[in-house]
Ligand binder design. Structure first.
Ligand SMILES: C[S@@+](CC[C@H](N)C(=O)[O-])C[C@H]1O[C@@H](n2cnc3c(N)ncnc32)[C@H](O)[C@@H]1O
Length: 295
C-alpha cells in the first residue's frame, strides 16, 4: 500500500475529491458532504462573522468586490449563511480574510508567480483572482484534489493556473509568493523536505497558517521551530494575536510570514510585534545571529 503523506489521507476526503472530479452529480454537492466538511469546508457561522469583521476593518475597500467574491459559492453547494454582504460560506469568508492579510503584508499581487501547497478545491486561488491578476498560480496537492480543483476553477474561468503533485516539481522555478494554510504543517517530513527545497526556499514571500497537529503522530511533520530553522528567510511567527482569529488561537495556529513590506512597522500596526519579535530573536539565536533583521 502507498504510504500516506498527510493526515487527510486517513479520511475519505481524497476519494470524495476523485468522485467529484469524475461525476457531475457529486461535484454539485461536494462542499456539503461530510468527507469535505471535515477537512476543508470547516468554518462555522460565528467564526465566519469574525473573519468578515477583520476584513471590514483591515480592507474596507473590499466592499466593492463582495459581489465577485460571491460567485465562489456558486459551485459545490456549500452551506451558506446571511452576512452583511449577503449569503456566504463561512469558509469563503476565511479565504477573503486571508486575501486581506496578503494585501496588507505584501501589497498588490498583480503580476506575481504564486504557488499554493495544499490548496484544496482552489477557493483561495479563486478569491485572489477576483482582486489581482497574477502571472501564474500553481496549485500543489494530491492528484485527485488537483483534478477537482481544475474542474472547479475551469468552470469559474480562473486563468493562468497550473496543477502539480510533489512528484512533478522540478525545483527550477522561483516564486514571488508561497501560500500554505493548514496544509504544509500536516504533511510527512520526507514530502515537507521536497516542498522546503523546491518551493519554500525558492519563494521570496511566504504566508503559511500552520497547526503542527501531526507532530508525534504517524505523520510526524516538522515542529514549528524545526520548520523555521529549515527555512532560509527571516521568519516572523505570529501566535495568539491578530490577524489570527479566536478559533486560530484556541487551536494554537501560528502564522509564518516572510518577505513582508514594511517589516516591523507593519507587524506593530497589526498588533503582532511583541510575539513576532520574540520568535525572530529565537530564530536569530538558533542561527547564531547570522540572520539579518528585516528593519
Ligand atoms: C486541511 S486542507 C486545507 C485546504 C486549504 N488550504 C484551505 O485552507 O481550505 C489540507 C490540504 O492539504 C492537501 N494535502 C494533503 N497531503 C498533501 C501533500 N502530500 N501535498 C500537498 N497537499 C497535500 C489536502 O489534499 C488538502 O487539500
Amino acid at each position: 500500500m502507498k504510504p500516506k503523506s498527510s493526515c487527510t489521507e486517513f479520511t475519505g476526503y481524497s476519494l470524495l475529491c476523485e468522485q467529484a472530479a469524475n461525476d457531475d452529480r457529486i461535484f454539485e454537492t461536494f462542499r456539503n458532504r461530510p468527507e469535505y466538511t471535515g477537512v476543508v469546508e470547516t468554518v462555522n457561522y460565528s467564526t465566519g462573522t469574525e473573519y468578515l469583521n477583520i476584513v471590514m476593518s483591515q480592507s474596507p475597500e473590499f466592499a466593492d468586490v463582495f459581489e465577485k467574491f460571491k460567485s465562489t459559492d456558486k459551485l459545490g453547494n456549500p452551506k451558506v449563511y446571511e452576512y452583511l454582504y449577503g449569503l456566504f460560506s463561512p469558509t469563503t469568508l476565511r479565504y477573503i480574510k486571508v486575501l486581506s492579510d496578503l494585501k496588507n503584508y505584501f501589497g498588490s499581487l498583480n503580476g506575481m508567480k504564486i504557488i499554493e501547497i495544499g490548496g484544496g478545491y482552489g477557493g483561495q486561488c479563486k478569491v485572489i483572482s477576483d482582486l489581482f491578476e497574477f502571472e501564474s498560480y500553481t496549485l500543489v496537492d494530491l492528484e485527485p484534489c488537483l483534478r477537482l480543483a481544475k474542474k472547479y476553477l475551469d468552470k469559474l474561468e480562473v486563468k493562468n493556473v497550473s496543477y502539480c503533485t510533489s512528484h512533478d516539481l522540478t525545483g527550477e522555478c522561483n516564486y514571488d509568493l508561497v501560500i500554505s494554510n493548514y496544509a504544509f504543517s500536516e504533511i510527512t517530513r520526507n514530502v515537507q523536505d521536497i516542498y522546503i527545497k523546491k518551493i519554500l526556499n525558492k519563494s521570496s514571500r511566504g504566508y503559511m497558517l500552520c497547526n503542527f497537529i501531526t507532530h508525534g503522530t504517524q505523520i510526524n511533520s516538522y515542529t514549528e521551530s524545526e520548520s523555521i530553522n529549515l527555512l532560509n528567510n527571516n521568519i516572523w511567527a505570529l501566535k495568539g494575536k491578530p490577524p489570527l482569529t479566536s478559533s486560530d488561537i484556541s487551536c494554537s495556529i501560528s502564522l509564518l510570514l516572510w518577505g513582508i513590506r514594511g517589516g516591523v512597522a507593519l507587524l506593530k500596526m497589526s498588533g503582532g510585534l511583541s510575539i513576532a519579535w520574540q520568535y525572530f530573536l529565537a530564530v536569530s539565536k538558533s542561527k547564531l545571529g547570522i540572520k539579518r533583521s528585516l528593519v
